[in-house]
Write a protein that binds this ligand. Sequence first.
Ligand SMILES: [Fe+2]
Length: 321
Amino acid sequence: MKFLHISDIHFNPKDDGLATRDLREKFSKYVQEKNITDIDEVFFTGDFRHALKQIDQPEDEVAQNAVDFLRYIASCVGVTDDQNIHIVPGNHDLSREVNTDTNNKILKTIYKNYDRDDGRFSGYARKNESSLNYLRNRFGFFEKCTMLLKNQIWEGFKKEPIHRIVPSSNSSAYSILYLNTAIASGYDKFKHKLLIGTDDFEKALKQTSRDLVIVLAHNRLSHLISDEQDIIKNIIKDNKTPVLWLCGDAHKAQYDNSYNITCITAGCMIQQNGTEASFNVGQFTKYTGLVIDAQGESIFDLLDLEKCSEEKKKLIDEYRD
Ligand SMILES: [Fe+2]
């Protein structure tokens, strides 16, 4: 199974700047030049829109544009069936209370009520609305994307578990665990101290065998509150499963192998100050294991032959060698 992992497309055709449009146009040329055109599965790890910048745009249209762009990226690498497009939500794929104080107040209550022993969002966020329902009800935009893709993994978003799993089969020999690490995001004080609901995580992981588990998540493991990180590390350790954790959010390529959990962060598909456009291509077979290639922004840059300096042209030659 050959996969493409890409994150944080933040697709906003009405407002994307020149550099971002340019980057997106180069993607197709780049993957063709590198022969990345025989991909089986595409993993998008959240942030399909820019929630604040697109707040005045009709949500249906934003979702349709984002999904069309996901399909376009997938088609560039040879994936034409929505079934092979895998998504998890990011913090831009949910709606927050417009008023920051109200938002923080509600989330403060939710964080306070979280049952750490049970790993569940318990209690009430506000009158007549449980914490979990409040959190789930915020994902209207993400649900629209799942419906447009006819995505079955996230069916029953508001009632079924927070995290989803497709266990391995004899032929696949890998499971995919779809995490919603954005479930309780949006609380200013706890930006990278997230709670995700370890109970549902454990229930999902238990359904896997000892084959490889590919975790798709918007956030890296270290963005969880420390207790929650420890619990997850222990669940993974007890389950004795090799885990590949693919994520985004940082808008930069990162790699971390702490605690024997391989965590790879893809960059983003926007070009702004300090961002890094990058993605990963991997291949997994039962017999040969896993191989991953990181593809970076510098390479996109190098493709711009006409604008290249002599120094860059030299680099191109070296790179092509
Ligand atoms: Fe993002």
